[in-house]
Design a protein around this ligand. Structure first.
Ligand code: ZN
Ligand code: ZN
Ligand code: FE
Length: 764
């Protein structure tokens, strides 16, 4: 490919996420194809390449870099400039300088690639080998213990490469050059299937046994990339029900792994955006609309289904033999505990409960759940960020170095600032669970070591009882020189989206969720702000209402219904022939009424989540939640989206009151109006509330950018309608793209607020 043009020396500066993804060997191979002399090296913010060539060749080389880049890399820019003369004999990979403490070079795990799918049918030493991988695919984050990303620093360290693998590993022309988890039948990890009858280690027999077992309704615990899964046939009602029993009848819908996109399309609708995500190398679970039913226990009454495709070699081997097109694949844990990662724990927990436990002898060092993604109005929305995404940093417009953000409590994730990058932990979960909190602490230690992080600023939520806030207190005792700050929950929600969308200005902020401690000591959860990264001024909120039983009310939507009914009707509510009085014991109802009248254990709340709960219980849909946000999800699931009608509400200064709406809903229920209609009208009311509040704020402030955040916006119907309406009314609309809209995003908001305060020199 050399041209006869005049040769010069060029520097190519490649910026973006180009480290730890096999980028330098890729450049090396490409340079060889182009027959170029020069070198490549890692820099703090990317990769630097020097070549000697004619200008047109350098331009072609640049184009090829962009076109052929490794799948897990994200190139932001490739700048090319003339450079000085240098004696170059060949093309070499230069050793990195020791500036790597500023660099975050850990790739997320990558689904098996097309080339490996081919290799494992044609390479003799890897024929059907279930741990085949290459520089473009395989485990990464889940096996790395420390940087640099070299084999001795991963859980592959105990496996000694055979001569075949060693040859490929050191051959720069080979796709497995420096593929750290490289392995084959002779030298790599192996699976073991533990059954009552004994232990099987031959992969063909394991597959045969599991295929016939799945068809016969058996349940298996199988070790995945970031933790164990529980698996059964997606078509076997009894097996699905048994699986639910096993998980303590937790009501969360199960995710399903389909053999292929084509087979998934029989059961769900997928648009092109959804298809590109479901087939991407990140291989998340995608939430899509159901069009055909699986056994009712799978989606558990919801209108969506979480669907994913095979991503480990083992998944492909299984589907090669399996005559059915889908299996339930749900996290291998019990109730709210973190997903299991160790063979010993999984064997101990599951061996008596399931029909077989499949382990392998490579350790999972960093736990990672399957990520969950949805597409709203053709835009990607994260629901749970973990495997395949973590630890890809979020690029920030500001320096975040040294800031530790502890996050929220329920759907926790923490963040660490490194230069202009925010490294967010994987999804951790509900810290109130002891094992989950241990996972949080362990992950903090591991991330600190991996990313050479030392906290100089420690920020948490305002809520003193959050275990994450207490961890932050503990940390600041450990690092007395570190500064300790707190950020209000809903301000953090808004700031998280601003960080993700790189906004740094005043905006209209709409934060709707379950609960978060407000600056007035009350519980917030439906707030409209005028906000920037430094301040949040509350313009509107839902009228305060007692939350009988405090936190308990979140599990019992009927309690909130009683609170709203009592606020609207007083004692006369007991005369109303509503279904709630048939389904909830009158003793319990009277107890809650007493609490309300005596004002005992009834903190005041302005929460969108709790209003959804109340409406779900008043229409007779959900009285008790068996998983987080169940009532709002069911209410959304039944809504008639064709309805344009809505209910009435009042805006009294700052407070938005729903007494009229509750009146009208009760009337509709008593007149036996269909629930899908009531839910549709209720959703439209929420849209109208936001439109009116945002319009008022715009009229006063002239602001037109609306930032929406908080768990309530996981509601697809609400999100899509509010976005369309706001756009119609001339607003600009911002939802997050790289982080979940729920509390998993809180840490990013905390992080960016402190970064901004520091930049503005409000703190030092
Ligand atoms: Zn591969
Ligand atoms: Zn080998
Ligand atoms: Fe929240």
């Amino acid at each position: 490919m050399q041209s006869n043009g005049i040769h010069s020396y060029y520097l190519l500066k490649i910026k973006g996420l180009v480290q730890g993804v096999g980028f330098r060997p890729f450049i090396y191979r490409l340079a060889n194809e182009f027959q170029l002399k020069g070198w490549v090296e890692n820099q703090n913010d990317g990769v630097l390449v020097k070549i000697e060539s004619a200008y047109e060749v350098a331009e072609n080389f640049r184009r090829s870099i962009i076109e052929k880049a490794p799948p897990a890399s994200i190139i932001q820019s490739v700048d090319i400039e003339k450079d000085g003369i240098e004696v170059l004999d060949s093309f070499v990979i230069r050793k990195s300088e020791t500036n790597s403490d500023k660099v975050t070079a850990v790739s997320p795990d990558i689904a098996m690639c097309e080339d490996c799918l081919h290799d494992f049918k044609f390479q003799k030493h890897r024929f059907n080998y279930p741990f085949i991988n290459c520089t473009n695919c395989g485990p990464r984050f889940t096996i790395i213990q420390q940087l640099p990303y070299d084999r001795p620093n991963t859980t592959m360290s105990s496996f000694v490469m055979c001569t075949d693998c060693g040859g490929e590993y050191t051959d720069i022309a080979n796709r497995r050059f420096h593929a750290q988890p490289i392995a084959c039948h002779h030298c790599g990890p192996v699976y073991s299937l533990h059954e009552n009858a004994g232990i099987v280690t031959k992969i063909e027999i394991i597959i045969d046994t599991m295929v016939s077992g799945l068809l016969a309704g058996k349940i298996f615990a199988i070790k995945g990339l970031g933790g164990f899964h529980l698996m059964c046939s997606a078509f076997d009602e009894q097996a699905v029900n048994r699986l639910r029993e096993l998980k303590f009848r937790e009501g969360k819908p199960f995710a399903v792994m389909f053999r292929s996109v084509e087979s998934a399309k029989e059961y769900i609708t997928i648009n092109s955006e959804e298809e590109s995500i479901i087939t991407s190398w990140r291989r998340p679970i995608v939430l899509a609309e159901k069009i055909k039913d699986l056994p009712p226990g799978v989606a558990n009454g919801l209108s969506t289904l979480g669907v994913m495709l095979p991503y480990m070699p083992f998944h492909y081997l299984l589907f090669e033999q399996l005559q059915i097109s889908a299996v339930v694949l749900t996290s291998g844990n019990l109730a709210d505990e973190p997903v299991m990662t160790s063979n010993a724990a999984a064997l101990e927990t599951f061996v008596d409960k399931v029909d077989g436990v499949l382990t392998y002898n490579r350790d999972i060092y960093n736990r990672a759940d399957d990520s969950v993604v949805a597409v709203y109005n053709n835009k990607v929305r994260m629901v749970r960020r973990s495997r395949g995404y973590t630890p890809t940093p979020i690029l920030t417009a500001m320096n975040t170095e040294g800031i530790f953000a502890a996050g929220a409590e329920l759907v926790n994730s923490f963040g660490m600032g490194k230069g202009n990058q925010a490294i967010m932990s994987q999804y951790i979960g509900d810290l109130k669970n002891f094992e989950t909190y241990s996972f949080y602490r362990e992950t903090f230690d591991r991330f600190s070591q991996l990313f050479k992080f030392k906290p100089e600023w420690v920020v948490s939520d305002l809520h003193p009882d959050y275990l994450s806030s207490q961890f932050a207190d503990e940390l600041s005792r450990l690092y007395p020189e570190a500064k300790r700050l707190k950020v209000q929950h809903h301000h953090a929600h808004i700031a998280a989206v601003m960080a993700d969308r790189q906004l740094d200005e005043r905006v209209i902020g709409v934060s709707f969720d379950g609960t978060g401690l407000g600056t007035d000591g009350k519980i917030w959860g439906a707030e409209v702000f005028t906000a920037d990264l430094l301040h949040a001024e509350r313009n509107f909120h839902f009228e305060y209402i007692p939350l009988p039983g405090g936190d308990k009310a979140a599990e019992d939507p009927w309690r909130m219904a009683i609170s709203y009914l009592y606020q609207t009707f007083g004692d006369e509510m007991l005369q109303l022939p509503l279904p709630i009085f048939e389904h909830v014991a009158s003793k319990k109802i009277h107890l809650v009424l007493q609490m309300l009248k005596a004002n005992t254990n009834c903190p005041l709340v302005s929460s969108a989540g709790r209003l959804f709960d109340a409406v779900a219980a008043i229409v007779g849909l959900t009285y008790q939640s068996s998983f987080h946000a169940e009532a709002p999800m069911r209410l959304e699931s039944i809504a008639n989206i064709e309805i344009n009608d809505r209910y009435d509400f009042e805006i009294l200064q700052e407070a938005i009151s729903f007494r009229t709406m509750i009146h009208q809903i009760v009337k509709d229920v008593l007149q036996h109006e269909p629930r899908d209609l009531i839910s549709g009208k209720f959703h439209n009311t929420m849209v109208e509330v936001i439109i009116q509040a945002a319009t008022e704020v715009r009229n006063k402030s002239g602001l037109t950018k609306v930032v929406l955040s908080g768990g309530t916006f996981q509601n697809r119907l609400l999100s899509e309608k509010i976005e369309n309406q706001l756009l119609n009314e001339g607003f600009e609309v911002y939802f997050p793209g790289n982080i979940p809209v729920n509390d998993q995003g809180i840490a990013l908001g905390q992080l960016i607020i402190v970064a901004k305060m520091r930049q503005a020199e409000l703190i030092r």
